[in-house]
Design a protein around this ligand. Structure first.
Ligand SMILES: [Fe+2]
Length: 261
């Protein structure tokens, strides 16, 4: 099937258009594969599609598992590839990253790891969750305290949270929340209507679940299919997430899967 030619999702222009790329699992060796995927090729195809379709994001959100080999040159090559779009990229570490190496490389060529970002009336918080040598995650308590303080006086600005690990379960996909004390954080978010959406990766599968006013969005890997096999064949394809954010706090989002294999 050929790619759709018009990906505009609404007649009203979005205030802010983001593209989330997650779980890239790149290597310095561009021919190296992970779980049967040559991850560099998958990312190239993804970025080629974004350029060819003229999706024109205002920024990229890179939500972890960026360089599977933790090498500085891999992180730098990613920055080189994104530089062609001439927009900023906001990055955080996943459980397969090395945050120390990332911080030694970024900011570079528009890729930035600063947790607080302001864009076109929206506040974006990059919330680190990765714990060295652990698959599961824990929310950065200092940043959470900062967020909590801002929510004591409900802000006029809409907020978007981006993290690597997922806060929600999805039983149909055999997904469990991968963040410690997830129910406690979700309970807090239920009382913070300014937080319009929480974006995550990690499970390499898409989902979209409303809990109260908050939209929890999971995004597949740019190339690496999830396990178990039955899930990858029936419910998941590699891709990325397009997120249109409007001035009134609305979020319209969908997964786009450029590859047809
Ligand atoms: Fe991953």
């Amino acid at each position: 099937m050929s790619a759709p030619k018009n990906l505009d999702m609404t007649d009203t222009p979005a205030t802010l258009r983001l593209i989330q790329l997650t779980d890239l699992h790149l290597f310095a060796d561009i021919k190296q594969s992970f779980k049967g995927c040559i991850t560099q090729t998958a990312l190239e195809r993804t970025l080629d599609f974004i350029a060819a379709e003229n999706l024109r994001p205002d920024a990229f959100l890179l939500t972890g598992d960026l360089a599977h080999d933790h090498k500085a040159e891999t992180y730098l090559r990613l920055a080189d590839m994104l530089e062609h779009f001439h927009v900023p990229s906001f990055a955080l570490a996943g459980n397969h990253d090395n945050e120390v190496v990332m911080q030694s490389v970024y900011p570079s060529k528009g890729v930035d790891m600063h947790p607080w970002q302001n864009m076109r009336g929206w506040r974006i918080l990059l919330l680190p969750t990765a714990i060295p040598n652990r698959a599961d995650g824990r929310i950065d308590s200092k940043l959470w305290a900062q967020l909590s303080a801002k929510m004591q006086q409900p802000p006029a600005q809409p907020y978007l949270l981006a993290m690597h690990h997922n806060l929600l379960d999805h039983p149909l996909r055999a997904i469990r929340a991968s963040v410690a004390d997830a129910p406690q954080y979700r309970q807090a978010l239920a009382h913070w209507p300014a937080v319009r959406a929480v974006l995550s990766g990690h499970v390499h599968q898409p989902f979209s679940i409303y809990e109260g006013h908050c939209l929890y969005l999971s995004t597949p890997s740019t190339g690496v299919l999830p396990y178990p096999k039955r899930v990858q064949e029936t419910m998941s394809r590699p891709g990325f997430r397009l997120i249109d954010c409007f001035a009134d706090g609305r979020v319209i989002s969908d997964i786009i899967c450029p590859m047809t294999h």
